[in-house]
Every structure is written in C-alpha cells, then in structure tokens.
Design a protein around this ligand. Sequence first.
Ligand code: NAP
Length: 486
Amino acid sequence: MHVLIVGAGFGGIGMAIELKRHGFDDITILDHGPELGGTWRDNSYPGAACDVPSHLYSFSFAQRRDWSRLCSPQSEILDYLHGVARDHDVERLVVPNTRVVSCEWDETEQRWTATSDDGRAFEGDALVVATGQLHQPAFPAFENRFEGHGFHSARWDHDYDLRGKRVAVIGTGASAVQFVPEIAEKAAKLVVFQRTGNWFLPRKNRTYPPAVKWLIEHVPGVQAFRRQFMFNYAESLTMMIRHPRTWGRLGALRSALFMRLQLKDRALRKQVWPDYTFGCKRILFSSAFLPALQRPNVEVVTERISELSERGVVTADGSEHAVDCVIYGTGFRTNDFMFPMAITGAGGRELAEEWAQGAHAHLGMTIPGFPSLFVMYGPNTNTSGGSIIAYLEAQAAYIRQGLALMRRQGAGAMEVRPEVEAASDADVQAAFAGTAWTRCDSWYRTPDGRIVANWPYYMRDYFERTRVLEPSEFALHKRVPAATPV
Ligand code: NAP
C-alpha cells in the first residue's frame, strides 16, 4: 500500500513515523516548502514561540528533557521536528518544493493522484492531508493602495530592517502579541491597530535557571510530572471555556487581575479591554505585550480601518496614519475551505462544495464520498488550550488502524458511512451549546456561526473516541476490478 501524505509539519511527520512503525514502508510526503517543518518553518517572525509548554507540545514518543525554557522558541521547535524525523528515518520521504494544487480519486484504479503546480503527479492508495488549519495567510478585504513595504507575519521579511522605521501592525492575535514587543524596541514608531481586545494570562518565558534545567534533565520523573501537570492545566482551560458561567468566571477574574496590574494607563486599559466572554477567542499568554503598548513610541488605534492609502492606514474617522511598513498579523484563512488544494472524491464530488456551509468530518478525519482520504488537524480538532501534537498523535494512530484494516481485509478502499459522519457531526455541534466559543465571532466559526475549527470537549475525550477505529463505521470496498462494497 502506497500512502501519500500532503504536508511535512508535525502532522505529516507524525503520520509517517506511525506508519513506519507498523510496517508501512511505501510512503511519500509532499510539501510546498524547501524543507519539512510546517507552521514552524513558515512562522519565523521575531519572538515566535509556542505558548503551549514544550513538555506537552512534543511527541509522547520523543520526549526531550533539555528544552531551554517553558515555551520553546520557533527555531528550537523546528530543530526538534527535524531531529525526530531524522531519528525515525522519515526525513528522506519528504519531497520538498512540491505545491499540491489538486487531489483526485480514481474510482476505477482506486487510487488518489496528487498533482503539483508544476504538473508532476503522485499516486497513492490512500491520501493523508496534513496541511493544517492555519496555513493560508489571510489579508483584510479593505482597499489597498499602499506604496510602502508590507508583509504577513507568517511570511516575515527578514531582509527588511525595521530599525528607525514607522511601522503599522494590523491585528492583535496570538502571533502579533509575540512579535509586537520585539519590534517595538526597534521601530521609531509603531502603530498597533486592534479590532478586538484580548484576555491575557501571564507568560514570562525566561530561560530555565541552571538548577531547574539540571532537575528536569537528571531527576527521574520530573519531566513526566511536568508533562502531566501541563496536560491537566490545559484541560482546566478547556473547562473554563466549556463552563463560562462558573469556571470561566474564575479564569476571567485571574486574567482581569493580571491585566489590571499590567495596564497602568486608564485610557489604554479602556481601549484594549476585551468586550466578550473569557475564552471565546484564544486566551493569549504574554507578559510582554501590554507593557509594550505603553512604550512612548507605540500607539494603539482601535478605530476601524477603512483603507490603506498610498502613505499608510486610514481609519473610519478620516485619520491617516503614515507609515513605512505595514505588517499583517491578520491570521489565516480557516473557514472558507480548509485545504490549499482542490479535492475531488468519488463520482466527481468536490470537497469545497461539500463543505460550502462549513467543514465537517467524522472525528475530524474521514468524509463520506472521499474513499481512503484521511485528514489530520481537520474540522473540529483544534484546541483552545491543549496541545495540537497530542491530537495529531491520536489521529496518526487512528488512521494507521484504518489502513491496517484495509490491508488485513485486502480491501481496495475504505469510506466512512454517511450516517456515522452525520451523527458525529451533530454530536460535536450540539456540544458547543452553552460554551464560551459561541459567544463571539472568531476564526473558529463560519460567517453563519457554525464552529468548524474547535473540538468542543476535552483532549482526553478525543483520545478516548479515537483510541479504537470501529470497523463497522466504515464501508470497505473490494479491490479492483470489482469495486463494489463488501
Ligand atoms: P488570529 O488569532 O486570527 O488574529 C488575527 C488578528 O487580526 C485579530 O486580532 C483580528 O481581529 C485581526 N484582524 C483580522 N482581520 C482584520 C481586519 N480586517 N481589520 C483589523 N483587524 C483584523 O491570527 P494569529 O495571531 O496569526 O493566530 C492564529 C492562530 O494561530 C491562533 O489562534 C493560534 O491557534 C495559532 N498561534 C499559536 C501560537 C502559539 O504560541 N501556540 C502563536 C501564534 C499563533 P479580531 O480578533 O477582531 O478578528
């Protein structure tokens, strides 16, 4: 069985390792970039780090004890992923510089063909799409005549020197709060355009003192304890989001106390204070962002942006903020269509059409009408508090069970039963009722309010539901030439 994986980030690499460990040796990983790494290759903005502690944000089978700090910087995470891929001998499976533009299922041959933008074709008996939810940079829709420099946070222009420049940052999400404190020190003037305020919790993230590092490295159990502790902490964040009237209020109080201490200036405090339920959007962890906003060279603008003129950013009140550079911290296109390529399944059905009203898949991974297609970090598998890597590991093991089932049964393809997918989607959507996620607009939702990004339960629930792939939930198709359900 030849397995085609699109995406060489944590998902694709984790999938290949899982398959190799279970005797699947014929694997190809296609990636548009020059090397593996996914989001940790693409997002190299100053201050880029994962706000999920590394002891949790790492593969369970490749635990490291020598992280430099609680939340590792981007380069350390990228090195880690390279190291894990090398150790498991899957680095060589990556075909770099291969931007997949379409994937098509051939019913007669029972095979997927992925085609790259330069016309190369790659075939597989099964296809795993591991391109992630946060992949395609989003740019605001307003008119843009700006003649200065501009770039997105996920495509940082390291050749552009910000020292002494007047810089506008649009957006104050998880990325911007990491790079704003860094560039505030360099820019002559920094104007931060905030559309919505955020809830913050502290994160100093200094390098571990030598004694702590020594303890983690040398005392048995310390690292495992930290991982478990962080897992429980992450689950408690989910609990606050799931129960906004009770536990959520405690989280909001903790955040409000922290923010009150950080924001000395009353006018600024009023400006940046969030006006929505704690946990509805991503809770941001930073002890550096709010102080950076109070620097003399930094201005916060909350007036709505109407357009970019030749000289800078124009707001609805008619003010023009002249700048040399505009940095878009405006996030990613997540809910119009999750993947960066066209996917055509059985009978010529297009996934973009199937998902026109919002993406959905059984446990975020399998879709009726798309045989032997598996998705990693697909619909409703994002977490607001936990580690995506934990979800990816659960998905890799589940998908591997599916492929093993096909191999055992000598099947040519497998496909989730429509009623199974419909029931699991209904269950997931119903579980959002009463949670904080429903109480504001966010990138987790489509314009009509359906939540397509997040998993509504706890991490442990996802592990439980994906631990065993239930064969009866799938139709197995006989191998060609008789491609009919058995
Ligand atoms: P984001 O959270 O989607 O934030 C985008 C920001 O741009 C928001 O402040 C948004 O305002 C603003 N914005 C969008 N369109 C705008 C417009 N037309 N005018 C004005 N403002 C506009 O994007 P992100 O910061 O890149 O983060 C995306 C996700 O990546 C995060 O939620 C997280 O899951 C992940 N991430 C994780 C880490 C980590 O450390 N683990 C770090 C970075 C990113 P509104 O809030 O009003 O929409």
